[in-house]
Design a protein around this ligand. Structure first.
Ligand code: MTE
Length: 312
């Protein structure tokens, strides 16, 4: 795994990689460097995706990533978040850290991010609904803020909550069905894994509201609903925390929700996925889904001895 970084404060805006450079570089690598080539998609080596892309993992366009979203607080249609999320007020923003840790606190977003080194990482993103994209995120390791909070030895999980403010979030039809706020959680070792990110940017720019501004979680080997948006709270717990979809529909969605082509959703197969690629007729191509979304070499050890059919 290759991770090169530099401090966010060192990145002049003139060096922010344009979308076209990511895509062109990807094409170049695909053509010349072959399978598994280190995916240095950005113009300078300082910004640094991990080397875990597959040959045909071309980054999706800004337009695709920001107009095909799930953010139910803003509506049920894939286009609703891009239409409606402008009402979300992201400045100022506070993140509360609490629960079983030595350094709880309420942090202004800037102070929360500042001690970390910002990185660009291109990850596959696989929704449980069987569509997928390749996304150049900008963010920093979730492990950073966990280490700073100094969890107690009894802390085994970290729970996250999204802001819930019906005045800013126009989707009210779902209120009786979903117990807002949207909640997610990870086992502490999953959250500490170097692939787990807190994300505040996309294509080197500020994260758009519809993608979970100003700060979201990205866990690339799990179905997309684990990657909770617009977080306002992180809580360390001893017990597995309740999460929105696993509480809502326990027969369909589990706490772990690791991408697994062998475990079907009760209503559809997970063996393949629609990779959104703007192609002429359907706008996607059908590809095989990989165990742990293709990140098994990095994360399979987290689940040694666990029956992943049972803990889905
Ligand atoms: N976070 C919140 N707060 N609300 C949501 O509805 N949807 C989840 C996840 N995080 C969701 C959320 C689902 S189902 C998916 S697939 C991803 O966000 C979508 O992320 P994207 O819109 O950036 O592609």
């Amino acid at each position: 795994m290759i991770i090169r970084t530099r401090k966010n404060s060192d990145i002049p805006s003139s060096e922010i990689t344009p979308e076209s450079a990511y895509i062109n570089r990807r094409k170049f690598l695909g053509a010349s460097a072959g399978i598994g080539a280190a995916a240095f998609l950005s113009r300078d080596a300082a910004a640094s995706p991990l080397s875990t892309l597959h040959q045909d993992d071309e980054p999706n366009t800004w337009d695709e990533i920001t107009t095909h979203n799930n953010f139910y607080e803003f509506g049920l249609d894939k286009k609703d978040p891009s239409r409606n999320a402008h009402t979300l007020v992201t400045k100022p923003w506070t993140v509360k850290v609490d629960g079983l840790c030595k350094k709880p606190g309420d942090y202004q977003l800037e102070d929360f991010i500042k001690p970390s080194t910002i990185e660009d990482r291109v990850y596959r993103f696989r929704c449980v609904e069987a569509w997928s994209m390749v996304i150049p995120w900008r963010g920093f390791p979730l492990a950073d803020v966990i280490n700073r909070a100094e969890p107690d030895s009894s802390a085994k999980y970290v729970a996250f909550a999204t802001l819930w403010d019906p005045d800013q979030m126009p989707e009210r039809r779902w209120k009786p069905r979903i117990g807002w706020p949207y909640r997610e959680g990870l086992r502490l070792d999953e959250a500490m894994h170097p692939l787990s990110l807190l994300v505040n940017g996309l294509y080197g720019k500020e994260l758009p509201n519809q993608n979970g501004a100003p700060l979201r979680v990205i866990v690339p080997w799990k179905y997309g609903f684990k990657s909770i948006k617009s977080i306002v709270r992180m809580t360390f717990t001893e017990d597995e925390p309740p999460t929105t979809w696993a509480t809502q529909t326990p027969g369909e969605y589990g706490f772990y929700s690791n991408v697994n082509p062998d475990v079907s959703h009760p209503r559809w197969s997970q063996a393949t996925e629609k990779r959104i690629d703007g192609s002429k007729f359907f706008g996607y191509r059908r590809i095989d889904t990989h165990f742990l979304n293709g990140y098994a070499d990095e994360v399979a050890h987290l689940y040694e001895g666990m029956d992943l059919q049972k803990y889905f």
